[in-house]
Design a protein around this ligand. Structure first.
Ligand SMILES: [Fe+2]
Length: 359
């Protein structure tokens, strides 16, 4: 073993991933010159067939004898353009730039009605949490809405984490849940009717829930990354309710402290969660209540997402003047495409809905 290699390997607790290549020269040049890796060791001097390189928090051992085509290397760099490259040895290089904002895929609208009947499909997630998908098509990958049920309360096995998202809110339908958010003070309890807007990348943790907690969670994009946070512990020392997270403020809406106010249709009243102000008009969420026989009808809308969840009561729902309206009741959800004209006639007392619009 030559001295350099011995010195390199004498450093304690280092590791390399072996990346095979048919030849060393071209592949090594690519990693060093195009990607900015640094050479740590190369051997043998007269006709090299192995090199250890480092960069992006990883060490690679480029070694002749084989192809690297089955290997995908993901590099995260704030200085580089997000792109996918092919190294001379066949290895795929995926470069992402975490400073580039979250981009949403192209919206693919459709009318989606779900109901909470015996055929409602629940899937079992981690720790016994039950999930019901309220937008199975995901509108082309743009939005996800889930009805989440935790049957057995107690401490929640969560850790401080954050999401790369453009929009995310959680509405407590029934039961209670104790949560804590970065720079928003001590942990607090969300009760039925309360909701939070989780702005992009806010650190948070779910601590504890009641039995039979039910929440509605809505987010964009439908598939997003969740990162574990290892540095920041919660609660944080500072209280910064006006902190800007990528153009949004955190919202804690407490239903019992929020007055009912007239809504845009006669016979309806709304509790505004404040998400419209906190997102500068990008999204809004309201709890709506209506008297029996009140009717709302709308001819097309302008939003990317128009979503309603029936919290209680029931209504007759018809699109495009269909003669046979559908009865939607507690637990049903409606996702309405912008082209659709619809009519919703409240047919029972104590009807309440969550209405969420995202532009
Ligand atoms: Fe989360």
């Amino acid at each position: 073993m030559n001295t350099n290699l011995a010195q390199t390997l004498a450093t304690s607790n280092v590791a390399e991933v072996v990346v095979p290549c048919p030849e060393l020269d071209q592949t090594l040049s690519f990693f060093v010159e195009q990607l900015g890796f640094r050479i740590e060791m190369i051997t043998p001097a007269d006709n090299p067939n192995m090199a250890i390189i480092s960069g992006y928090g990883i060490r690679l051992c480029l070694r002749t004898g084989g192809s690297g085509k089955d290997i995908v290397l993901r590099l995260h760099s704030v200085d580089r353009t997000a792109q996918t490259l092919q190294a001379p040895n066949g290895t795929t290089i995926e470069i992402t730039n975490p400073n580039i904002g979250v981009e949403l895929p192209e919206l693919c609208e459709s009318l989606i009605v779900t109901s909470l009947n015996s055929e409602a499909s629940w899937t079992i997630g981690r720790a016994g949490m039950r999930y019901r998908d309220l937008i199975p098509s995901r509108l082309g990958g743009v939005f996800i809405a889930s009805h989440i049920h935790i049957p057995n309360g107690g401490p929640v096995p969560d850790y401080v984490h954050y999401h790369r998202i453009k929009f995310q809110m959680i509405y407590c339908k029934s039961g209670w849940v104790r949560v804590v958010y970065e720079d928003q003070g001590e942990p607090f309890v969300m009760n039925a009717g309360d909701c939070v807007l989780q702005p992009p990348e806010i650190r948070h943790r779910v601590l504890e829930s009641s039995d039979d907690l039910e929440v509605i969670e809505i987010g964009a994009p439908a598939e997003h990354e969740t990162f574990a946070e290892h540095q920041i512990t919660l609660p944080t020392a500072q209280l910064r309710p006006d902190r800007d997270f990528s153009g949004q403020r955190f919202v804690r809406h407490i239903a019992s402290e929020s007055p009912w106010q007239p809504w845009r249709y006669a016979g309806f009243e709304a509790r505004n969660t404040g998400i419209d102000a906190a997102t500068l008009g990008y999204a809004s969420a309201m709890t709506i209540r209506a008297k029996k026989t009140a009717t709302m009808s709308e001819n097309k809308h302008q939003h990317q997402l128009m979503f309603m969840f029936m919290l209680s009561g029931s209504a007759k729902f018809a699109v495009d003047n269909q003669p046979d309206p559908l009865v939607v009741s507690s637990g049903s959800s409606l996702t309405l495409p912008s082209s659709c004209s619809y009519r919703l006639e409240i047919v029972s007392d104590s009807t309440e809905m969550l209405v969420v619009e995202v532009d």
